[in-house]
Design a protein around this ligand. Structure first.
Ligand SMILES: N[C@@H](Cc1ccccc1)C(=O)O
Length: 510
């Protein structure tokens, strides 16, 4: 009975009898409908109301069953009372039809001394009649919603036969402006009202200063930005320094050659890489500032040597390395490792307290591009989270342990490692984690220890070892926010509703 006429019905009911209890006069009206009708009348001083709060005892399903059929112990007693010869436990169970009820009831009935064992081990009743107090209590609760003895009530709650529910009832009185009709009210002051003077006599709708305003959009972080912020936090807490993320265009040299990726590698193919058409080529690598005293020419020659003929104990790839190919400009392909290479090259010229390059930890979270057919899980661009750790005496076991700690910070446990291949790392490992929702292992990252062919031409000492790893920012974000189409997450269709309507993302819900 939630009708627009509810306020009028309330007025009429109050006219017949006052005060009035809402639980009696309007037992079936939904709480919110009733409350808003009452507030509407009260704000016009047509009625007044008090709020009465009380707790009602409600029977749980088991309590209902006892109210109807008797307590377990009474049922056991009743069956045994009728069996003059007594019953075995199996017979009793068959009669009652429920193993659990038989077991519980039997125990209680023994305690009450309603039943006993015969010499031949059968069960029998000890009297002609009993008082089933529990059933009576359940029936009292059913009828009166409470029990006179609060201790007994508490006991029944503990036994999960009843639960307490808060009930709100309103006690209604007539207000000073009580009437049987709600006067017509003006909401806005119009020019006509001023012109014809009716503003002096109309009844104005009262202001409701307690009403809550409409939801305001205070701004929200895009899910990718939220997860990005979480990753940055983890990196900073673990002592990492952020690498610059200001370049989308890179020379093939830093993107591939410095990483010991051979020039005929499929990743360098048109199908995988976006090449820039104007300008087509980069300048050869050179110092970017006056402090940079590195000899880039030697480095360039060393990269050529290690690819073409092998050097530093490596036999290389043995193909004619082309300087022009390495200067082609690319939209940074599937990895941000180009920046790591550049950072490691710079690290080689730094001097720690012992005069050698100091240990370092770098990370970046940045956009990468690849020439790919677009579908639900693939776009031509995405973001990569990349980390690098350089230190003396690092081992593969240390990398695995680090991964456990790093991904553990994101709540990913039970990692699995699988041998993999990257031209720039050896050994390399793919990292998998168990995805609860999908019920399978999913790949969450790629990692490895950078090859000497990459590090030694840079001038890094032989015993400085470097871990590297990368993962997409999109995958954990899609898992976390249950997003199945990557195009909802980034791309050309910016849908504000997606951010606004996702409660997990709203800033105020943070
Ligand atoms: N560049 C790799 C990630 C990686 C970085 C550094 C070392 C090893 C692997 C990728 O695209 O997945």
């Amino acid at each position: 009975m939630a009708s627009a006429d509810l306020p009028i019905e309330i007025l009429h009911a109050l006219d017949k009898s006052t005060p009035l209890l809402s639980s009696e006069a309007f037992p079936n009206v939904k709480f919110l409908d009733l409350k808003s009708a009452l507030d509407r009348l009260a704000s016009r001083e047509m009625i007044r109301y008090d709020t009465l709060e009380r707790e009602e005892a409600i029977l749980e399903p088991e309590g209902e069953q006892i109210a109807a059929n008797g307590s377990h112990e009474a049922r056991v007693f009743e069956v045994l009372r009728k069996a003059v010869e007594g019953l075995t436990v199996q017979e009793l169970e068959k009669e009652i039809g429920d193993k659990n009820i038989t077991k519980l009831g039997q125990g209680k009935a023994f305690k009450e001394k309603w039943i006993s064992k015969t010499k031949d081990g059968k069960l029998q009743a000890t009297k002609d009649s009993i008082d089933d107090l529990t059933q009576q209590q359940m029936q009292t609760i059913q009828n009166t919603k409470t029990l006179p003895d609060p201790k007994v009530l508490a006991e029944l709650k503990k036994r999960k036969l009843v639960r307490m529910e808060k009930v709100i009832t309103f006690k209604l009185h007539k207000g000073p402006k009580f009437a049987l009709e709600i006067p017509e009210e003006a909401i806005d002051l119009t020019p006509e009202m001023i012109a014809n003077g009716s503003w002096k006599t109309v009844t104005w709708k009262p202001y409701n200063f307690k009403a809550r305003g409409a939801d305001q959009y205070a701004g929200a972080l895009h899910p990718l930005n939220k997860v990005r912020a979480e990753f940055r936090q983890i990196f900073f807490e673990m002592g990492f320094e952020e690498m610059p993320t200001d370049k989308y265009v890179e020379s093939g040299f830093w993107n591939f050659d410095a990483l010991f990726v051979p020039q005929q590698h499929p990743a360098r193919d048109m199908q995988d890489t976006f090449f820039i058409s104007d300008p087509k080529v980069a300048d050869p690598p050179r110092a970017e500032s006056a402090e940079d005293k590195r000899d880039y020419d030697t480095y360039w020659d060393d990269v050529r040597a290690v690819h073409q003929n092998g050097k530093y104990g490596s036999i290389g790839y043995r193909y004619p390395w082309s300087g022009d190919e390495s200067l082609r400009l690319v939209l940074r392909r599937t990895h941000t490792t180009a920046i790591s290479a550049n950072m490691l090259y710079k690290l080689a010229s730094k001097k720690g307290p012992d005069g050698r390059p100091p240990p370092a930890r770098y990370f970046s979270i940045d956009r990468v591009f690849r020439n790919e057919t677009v579908d639900n899980t693939h776009l031509a661009e995405f973001h990569q989270v990349e980390g690098v750790i350089a230190d003396y005496g690092l081992t593969l076991g240390g990398l695995m342990e680090f991964m456990v700690v790093f991904f553990g910070r994101m709540g990913l446990t039970d990692l699995k490692f699988k041998p993999a291949y990257n031209p720039y790392t050896e050994p390399s490992m793919e990292i998998f984690a168990w995805h609860q929702g999908l019920g399978k292992l999913v790949e969450i990252g790629n990692s490895g220890m950078f090859r000497p062919e990459m590090l030694e031409p840079m001038g890094l000492p032989k015993d400085l070892r470097v871990y590297g790893w990368g993962l997409s920012l999109e995958r954990p974000t899609m898992i976390k926010y249950g997003i199945s189409n990557i195009r909802d997450l980034l791309g050309h269709k910016v849908d504000l509703g997606f951010v606004r309507n996702n409660p997990a993302v709203r800033l105020d819900k943070n």
